[in-house]
Design a protein around this ligand. Structure first.
Ligand code: SAM
Length: 243
């Protein structure tokens, strides 16, 4: 019998392994989902694949599960970073959720010259990543990085990482459909999406000069940043990723 409930736990998983539950997890499993001793739960921790576990102890403030068998191996996403400038809260949450579902390996909020939001709650965004992974059947949770300056990130850019630079100033010009034609290959990549105000001229000039940058148009209309993130992830995954 396979479990209906999937739960992320920060604990090693393996045959016979006991996994203790904290108060929130116990509340969710026994208070909200009404599971009882013996019920099955699917567990993953981002490292050991997915495991079917049985409820061994069910309490109001805690409990324990016992791992029975592995139901999925660990499936890592391609080495793809999604770099974006945070926008309004709900739309930023949406970007983290969709990037997790669509298979980004790392989610990196950056402050650009025209960024709308100077602060993020990294812990809250990370929790959205965990929830999205629980819901989509993934066995990996992308790390949501702390906010950093785009200029600092570009100063330390790794030479081997290609950059899909989504430039609204290139509307209708260059497409990213045929990777072989564009001379691009799989390997470490990043997607960069700008804020509502777009990139500054200084940023655009710098990005256009970068050896690793592939300037990409997402069609003849200007997309909102959250739509652009989903469109770019789709295009990249379809062309170079694991879809
Ligand atoms: N304020 C800008 C303007 O009106 O020109 C639009 C910025 S757009 C809302 C936010 C980000 O989404 C852009 O910086 C870019 O990274 C991406 N984007 C949106 N539409 C795009 C398109 N058609 N081609 C490439 N990138 C696009």
């Amino acid at each position: 019998m396979s479990a209906k409930v999937r739960l992320y736990v920060d604990h090693p998983l393996g045959a016979g392994q006991t996994v203790p539950l904290d108060r929130d997890q116990a509340h969710y499993l026994f208070g909200v989902m009404r599971l009882e001793t013996g019920a099955r739960v699917a567990l993953f921790n981002g490292r050991d694949g997915e495991w079917q576990a049985e409820v061994a102890e069910a309490g109001k403030r805690g409990g324990a599960l016992t791992c029975v068998e592995q139901s999925k191996p660990l499936q890592l996403p391609p080495d793809l970073w999604l770099i974006f400038a945070p926008i309004k809260k709900a739309r930023t949450d949406f970007i983290v959720e969709k990037a997790t579902e669509m298979g980004a390996a790392r989610i990196m909020p950056v402050a650009t010259d025209f960024t709308n939001s100077e602060r993020i709650r990294q812990d809250r965004l990370q929790a959205h990543g965990v929830e999205a992974a629980e819901q989509c059947g993934g066995t990996f949770v992308p790390e949501v990085a702390e906010l950093q300056k785009l200029s600092t990130l570009l100063d330390q850019w790794p030479t081997e990482r290609q950059l899909m630079f989504c430039d609204e100033g290139e509307v209708g010009q260059r497409l990213f459909l045929d990777a072989t034609q564009a001379g691009v290959a799989a390997g470490p990549w990043a997607i960069l999406i700008g804020p509502e105000g777009g990139f500054s001229e200084g940023e655009r000039k710098r990005l256009h000069r970068m050896e690793q940058a592939h300037v990409v148009s997402l069609g003849p209309r200007i997309l909102r940043a959250d739509t652009a993130a989903v469109a770019a992830l789709t295009l990249w995954q379809h062309t170079l990723g694991d879809w």
